[in-house]
Design a binder for this molecule. Sequence first.
Ligand code: NAI
Length: 719
Amino acid sequence: MVSANANQLRYDGRVVIVTGAGAGLGREYALLFGSRGAKVVVNDLGGNFHGQGKSNAADNVVAEIRAAGGTAVPDYNSVVDGDKIIQTAMEAFGRVDILINNAGILRDKSLARISDEDWNLIQDVHLKGSFVTTRAAWPIMKRQNYGRIIMTSSNSGVYGNFGQANYSAAKLGLVGLANTVAIEGEKNNIHCNVIVPTAASRMTEGILPEILFNELKPKLIAPVVAYLCHESCEDTGSVIESAAGWATKVHFVRGKGCILRTSIGDVVSPEYVQKVWSKVTDMSNATHLNAIGEASLTLVDVLEKLRDGQNNEQSITDTYKFNFKDVILYALGVGASVTDENDLRFLYENHPDFSALPTFFILPGLLSVMGSNLTASAISHANFDLTNILHGEQYIELFDSVPTEGMLTTTSSVIEVLDKKSGALVITQSDSYDDNGTLIARNQSSTFVVGAGNFNGKTKPGPEVKPLVPNPKRSPDASVQIKTNRDQAALYRLSGDLNPMHIDPSFSAIAGYKIPILHGLCTMGISVRSVLKQYGDDDSSYFRCAKVRFSKPVLPGQTLRIDMWKEPNNRVCFRTVVVETNTEVLSGAYVDLKKIVVKPNMTAASNLQSDAVFAGIKERVAENEAKAKAINAVFLYKITDSGKVAKEWVLDLKKASVYEGPVQGKADTTMTISDSDMVDLALGKLQPQTAFMKGKLKITGNIMLAQKLAPLLKTEAKL
Ligand code: NAI
């Protein structure tokens, strides 16, 4: 007898029929069941794998089971006569608990060469054989109020395989058969599941590569089938793939789809289908449906929407699930770096102040609008694709303390469609709520659809659309330079915007760019991050809202300069410029903070004593604008502290403007001097000529111009 340990899954008293059990997979199933107490009917016609001839393969397996102490009988019927196999089981053992429909043959030929005989034989053995055998076992299982049935499918059916049209059709037919058998068997505790095996057998010899063939032992699949047939297994209607000591469930999934008309009376046109085809075939939000009823429910929902006159996706609701990894990936995508210790709070989930960058919360709105049909529905009068839409402006507002993980439910709708003549401007608003229904973020996003204008539409937005704020006329109060990485777009796109324009050179070339461009929202993320660093203490909770216009694209690897102006009411206006080309890429932009905290290292720099000298110069320049302009030159001061340049000041007298560096444009004269010497110079303790002779003042560029500065330098400022 086979020894049983207490935890072993057993089949004592169960009668198992394995069809095609004379070889390959069936043989392994039969041996395993036989070793675990089941009474086994070893069915096999004993033909070759084309279904020809007969042999005593079943007898050999029966002998093996018996030799190991098990119970088994042979059966030589074809599965096409399935009722006879069931009869064998009833005569030998009086019941049927488990039926494994496994017998199979191949008649591989390319479609045109498949004869009727090849077709019929394959359907007969696989599909009809499984059907008739199952049908014969059915009343017995119902009476017993117990049954476990396996159908054997194949990846050739699931995915197709060249030269196997007949076999593929039969094998996927078995999945359909199992789906319904599972439903009909439910009330009688009859389960039906599908196995999709890949194993070395005479059937796959010469088909599977040798290296795989040797490792794909049928023995490794038998335990999966055995478990599926155990009374403790609750699965029914499952498709399980297994090979090489690995198994998984396989699902059909269905995309979100797209409504193709706007009201119940509307027709569907092939042109509209073509227009929204990418939405029809978008599988990014695909789900598995458990029952046909669920499929019908969607249709009821669609019809209700159409009846209510709810235009095709005028408003959509989506969920966005995220955790610390998404938050960190986004921060890396917009250039946060461990080389700046203040950035660690955006990059390390165990940091005491771990938080998401404010612009992270653009994602839920963006992704829901991108995955929807909102823009297409809003301008159904025109055709467009990914190459003629431009992201125009973006606004984000945060309301409550922002989470670092969880699920946000976002409702998006079109709030304006403006006729800009050369195109249409579609403005969507997305409100994202947390699980408690608290509004976390509001995004407004405007998309310019080139060529979709001139439809006699509204030209100006309503008051709910947040406007841009022009940059102040004066020189910026602070400027920060950030070099983007050549891989910036490749990294940023992993946060969800997978538009090939940002990664695929052939795609961006069509749009006329020499390399894939950076996402505008990445430039925005980088810029808002630097404003928060400069004026918001790197604290996301100080963020209120931000708005930008995307005026020109950025190429990954270019250097961004973010010019900032500190304005009343905790507003920081900014613009972003590509340094290499001196091109403005973000315009009319601002960040509103709850509180302004000037960057600590700026404060340290502000502590330079010479700051007061420049403050004095600034005042005098403002008072004597005309005189200053008469000098008509740009001076750059590099102020050193402990031998290093600690700060730069620019006296742009052409514009009568004094500001902290870096210099915008070109300096005529550059002077390098230490902080204390600069103070001494201003106090008259150190003469410029002496300083120059002693090497305390280094001058490059136009030296003569430096002399014109003397009157401005004299200071009465409190030093
Ligand atoms: P196999 O050829 O080693 O075993 C099949 C057995 O079925 C043979 O012993 C054969 O005599 C028997 N049989 C054929 N026609 C019969 C009929 N009309 N009535 C009774 N017995 C009959 O093949 P293997 O690989 O063990 O295949 C078992 C099952 O798994 C088949 O249904 C096959 O289509 C399926 N399958 C196998 C894959 C593999 O990688 N081996 C891949 C996908 C599916």
